[in-house]
Design a protein around this ligand. Structure first.
Ligand code: PMP
Length: 428
């Protein structure tokens, strides 16, 4: 049989190091919240393929829908011969997204592509160039989205220049001493210094900062952004690529605040493991681009559309929104218990929305300085014990929970026990 070591050697020779992998093993088989590697080792998966698997690995109805679609056609390009699953998914997304206004949806393949298209649509609709994004935001690795992504290393290192007319406002993160008031002052200063508001097409924000550390945007900030956008005719874009499809206990994280964005970008858990993404928005705004201006060969692939429709149905049928809220509450309780058990673990600031949860590790409780090395060690020890954990945050010291919402209580407990043991390993 194959070994991880032999595959790793081949990978190192054949694949650029820029594609970094969190775990040194190779997958053989996966089911719901577990992965087995090529050597037969079993892992509990708290990473869910980076927040893609709210419905778990190979959800039976997702797989069945994809297989049924594969038996009919797998690709025609929607721009050549149309197919119903694209339209059905667009209808579903339009119905699920917040707001009473008429909506339309564009389907693409990746999250970055969705963000790029949201910007194009906002520019075409407003006739303006400017885009405002936030510190610590993550919107993708293509060049436009990198310009919007608010973290240099590793994403933006050595690959500039970035597109012009992209501006950055401070993200309201109390952890870093930035209040909503500070953030809004920063935005108003940006309007005074660099970004003429009448020349700004869009403000884009993740309702829960994802790669930047699972920090929810305070609701009053979301409301203030809505007001500012209305005042200046700016499109408000919610990037729900990581937070959407039940992760936070609602279909879209922005629903918690009650704020209705003009455009929403979606991907990841929308299709339970198949590559598809989209932009949902106000019908008039979505129609701003002329025919032929939107699309891409693979956009809205029919197999991925079928998978997405089944994944959305599974979220509904299995009450995964309620499950997310309940799971989030459980993790909070258990993290607090584990953190209290012994101080050397140095767990800090359990935060998030629903099951989109993270916890930080710090060097000491007085200064609360981020401890990326400890966080890395915890992930490594967890992996050795059979638990896949992923870090995030501007300083790499937050651990985020992306376990499938379909995971059983027993499996989560098993994972948490490994987590606690890995903490002990890492501080000993
Ligand atoms: N936006 C957000 C909020 C994300 O979390 C991600 C992916 N981590 C992206 C955009 C980019 O998506 P993709 O990797 O599919 O291009």
């Amino acid at each position: 049989g194959q070994t991880n070591a032999a595959l790793l050697k081949r990978r190192e020779a054949a694949v650029p190091r820029g594609v970094a992998s969190a775990a040194p093993m190779f997958a053989d088989y996966a089911e719901n919240s577990e992965i087995w590697d090529v050597e037969g080792n079993r892992y509990i998966d708290f990473a869910g393929g980076i927040a893609v698997l709210n419905t778990g690995h190979r959800h039976p109805s997702v797989i069945a829908a994809a297989k049924a679609q594969e038996d009919r056609y797998t690709h025609t390009s929607f721009q050549v011969v149309q197919y119903e699953p694209y339209v059905a998914l667009a209808e579903k997304l339009n119905a699920l997204a917040p707001g009473d206004h008429p909506k339309k949806s564009l389907l693409v393949t990746t999250g970055a592509e969705a963000v790029e298209n949201a910007v194009k649509i906002a520019r075409a609709a407003t006739g303006r160039p400017g885009v405002i994004a936030f510190t610590g935001g993550y919107h993708g690795r293509t060049l436009l989205t990198l310009g919007m992504t608010g973290k240099i290393s590793p994403y933006k290192k050595d690959v500039g220049p970035f597109p012009s007319d992209i501006f950055r406002a401070p993200f309201p993160n109390v952890r870093d001493g930035i209040t909503v008031e500070d953030a809004l002052t920063g935005l108003q200063n940006l309007f005074l210094t660099d970004a003429q508001p009448e020349r700004v097409a869009a403000i884009i924000i993740e309702p829960v900062l994802g790669e930047g550390g699972y920090v929810p945007v305070p609701f009053e900030m979301m409301h203030a952004l809505r007001e500012i956008c209305d005042q200046h005719g700016i499109m408000l874009i919610a990037d729900e690529i990581q937070a959407g499809f039940g992760r936070t206990g609602t279909w879209f994280a922005c629903e918690h605040s009650g704020v209705v964005p003009d455009l929403i970008t979606v991907a990841k858990s929308m299709a339970g493991g198949y590559p598809i993404a989209g932009v949902i928005g106000r019908a008039d705004v979505m129609d701003a681009m002329i025919p032929g201006g939107l699309g891409g060969t693979y956009g809205g692939n029919p197999v991925a559309c079928a998978a997405a429709l089944a994944a959305i149905e599974a979220i509904e049928a299995e009450n995964l929104l309620e499950r997310s809220a309940e799971m989030g509450a459980h993790f909070r309780t258990r993290f607090a218990e584990i953190g209290a058990r012994t101080a050397p673990y140095r767990m800090w600031d359990i935060r998030g929305l629903g099951a989109m949860l993270a916890v930080e590790f710090v060097t000491d409780f007085d200064t609360a300085k981020p401890d990326a090395a400890l966080t890395k060690a915890i992930c490594a020890h967890a992996l050795k014990r059979g638990l896949i954990l992923l870090a995030c945050g501007m300083h790499g010291n937050a651990l985020r929970i992306m376990v499938p919402l379909t995971a059983s209580d027993a499996l989560i407990e098993e994972g948490l026990a490994i987590f606690e043991a890995a903490l002990a390993d890492a501080v000993s």
